[in-house]
Design a protein around this ligand. Structure first.
Ligand SMILES: [Zn+2]
Length: 165
């Protein structure tokens, strides 16, 4: 089971099986050609051929179908591939991070000014994106998953409230 994108050929997503480890989950040792369903995986996560992987493993439970689990992981991988198609090799974000780190060390007030601009832009973009995703029919759980927060947090952060606009 591999996922490809129409927007970029450089990223191929798949399901990585995970086993229970000390304080969470870890990949199975060595590479295996077996599909995750053939291993007794405790959890799975979305991974990409570029090295990206989802931060949030999904515990495998008998109450969920293989299709439901794979669809959920694919929904986590798709935004990654879409972003990657716009930012080849993630250079833009890496450059911004480098600049912020350098300024933080050499000119903290300039770093603060730049961080504030980035934060304001990102906050406005996230708000508008959440609104567009909701308008397109996405659930709060899907909006939260894309932003890396729970559905409750997504609702309280992006949900309708008296607007000052
Ligand atoms: Zn990728």
């Amino acid at each position: 089971m591999a996922w490809t994108s129409e927007k970029t050929a450089l990223h191929v997503g798949s399901v990585e099986p995970l086993m229970r480890a000390n304080d969470g989950f870890a990949p199975f040792p060595g590479r295996t050609a077996l599909p995750w369903t053939a291993l007794s995986a405790a959890a799975v996560r979305a991974v990409c051929s570029c090295g990206w992987n989802s931060d949030t493993p999904v515990e495998v439970s008998p109450s969920q179908t293989v299709e439901a689990i794979e669809n959920r992981l694919r929904q986590e991988w798709t935004p990654h591939a879409n972003i990657a198609a716009l930012l080849p090799s993630h250079r833009v974000l890496a450059d911004l991070t480098d600049i912020l780190e350098e300024l933080t060390a050499t000119d903290p007030r300039a770093a603060l000014a730049l961080a504030a601009r980035v934060e304001r832009r990102a906050r406005a973009a996230a708000s508008k994106a959440a609104s567009n995703a909701r308008a397109a029919g996405d659930s709060w759980a899907a909006v939260g998953a894309a932003f890396g927060i729970t559905k409750q947090s997504a609702h309280s952060r992006f949900g309708d409230r008296p607007s000052l606009r």
